[in-house]
Design a protein around this ligand. Structure first.
Ligand code: PMP
Length: 372
């Protein structure tokens, strides 16, 4: 069986596993404790991991707040900004193709009296920067826009979105879960991004660990938000709870591997994607329609309609040979809101399958498609 659902999650890299193991066993200390060796070793390991994550993101290590993943980071930023800046305004802008952890949080805030704008997207799932500009008003406290879409792979123009938010002095959060480790970017070149969500399990790290980037201001102070979790004050008081050292170490190792090999990972994903598209085209030519753009996208994500075929049935039939999905693993029971937002009919949505690759796949493994 070939695993082609890497947008849902990825296998842990063997080096990540090896880096984590000591912190599940002999190095079990709490990094908030002091003086004795297992605590100091845990503290050192967390520091090193934080540095690796910061290098990958292009930020300062004190701007990395460990969380349990992107669902938590997305909740933390949106609710945290909404709560602390409600006096300034109660308007938040997002898009129609965000992950449920954004959309459901926004819906919740609507019940609390916040005003939400859900921007439309083009046929590939990108927002219009012009529409974003027009939507910002004096009540706007936050813009939250997904960087790379989890179903289509399309990239929003984050440089322009960042500039617009900076010019308008409004906080910008981006859900970067799907682009990390697959896109060359540096947060120091995108000063308009104040918050970013990331998750280790999307790039060969463990599940249940991620980070929120929170930018420091000109006085070297982290942008303030109301914490989601109150408690012992870990993570600069923004995210309390004993640090999951083993997971953080795994996240750090995955970040180090992604950072060191970024260009070769991207090149490999592009090569595999082109190869897979070619095979699918050869094999199914007039029975398929690609939903995604061929450029300005996350490499290795393909969204394709098998005309007239029920996607749920096809994914099930393929399962012994190919692990794929009908779209997002987080909303697999409902028809995709992303595909509806790009204008597909319900029949087109229900015939769409997503194949998402990882750079460890051998080209010849994809030849299984020729045998279907
Ligand atoms: N945002 C996006 C774009 C995602 O793809 C996912 C994972 N499906 C999440 C958020 C949630 O991430 P996590 O699994 O770390 O909670």
């Amino acid at each position: 069986m070939i695993y082609l659902d890497n947008s849902a999650t990825t296998p842990i890299h063997p080096e990540v596993k090896n880096a984590m193991l000591p912190y599940l066993m002999e190095e079990f200390g709490n990094p908030s404790s002091k003086y004795y060796s297992v605590a100091e070793n845990a503290k050192k390991a967390v520091k090193e991991a934080r540095n690796n994550v910061a290098s990958l993101l292009g930020c300062h290590d004190s701007e990395v707040i460990f969380t349990s993943g992107s669902t938590e980071s997305n909740n933390m930023v949106i609710k945290g900004v909404a709560d602390l800046y409600a006096d300034k305004g109660k308007h938040i802008i997002t898009s129609k193709v965000e992950h449920p952890s954004i959309l459901e949080t926004c819906k919740y805030l609507e019940t609390k009296g916040y005003k939400l704008t859900y921007l439309d997207v083009d046929r590939y799932g990108r927002i219009s920067v012009e529409e974003l500009k027009n939507a910002i008003n004096e009540d706007t406290i936050l813009v939250s826009i997904i960087w790379g879409n989890n179903e289509l792979g399309s990239l929003n123009n984050m440089e322009e979105i960042s500039s617009v938010c900076e010019e308008n002095e409004v906080f910008l959060h981006t859900d970067a879960t799907q682009v990390i480790g697959k896109l060359d970017f540096n947060l120091s070149n995108l000063p308009g991004i104040t918050f970013l969500s990331s998750s280790a399990h999307k790039f060969h790290g463990p599940k249940g660990i991620g980070a929120t980037f929170i930018r420091k201001d000109q006085y070297d102070i982290l942008t303030k938000i109301t914490p989601l979790l109150h408690g012992g004050g870990q993570e600069q008081g923004i995210r309390s709870g004993t640090l999951a050292v083993h997971n953080i170490v795994g996240f750090g190792k995955a970040a180090e591997i992604a950072y060191t090999n970024l260009y070769s990972i991207i090149a490999k994903l592009e090569e595999l994607e082109n190869y897979l598209i070619q095979i699918i085209n050869d094999k199914f030519s007039n029975q398929i329609t690609f939903n995604n753009d061929s450029n300005k996208k996350i490499p290795g994500v393909i969204s394709v309609q098998f005309n007239g075929v029920n996607n749920e049935l096809l994914v099930k039939q393929l399962a012994p040979l190919i692990a794929a999905s009908t779209g997002s693993a987080c909303s697999s029971s409902k028809p995709s809101h992303v595909l509806e937002a790009i204008g597909l009919t319900i029949d087109q949505v229900r015939s769409t399958i997503r194949f998402s690759l990882n750079s460890g796949i051998g080209k010849d493994e994809l030849d299984v498609f020729r045998e279907l």
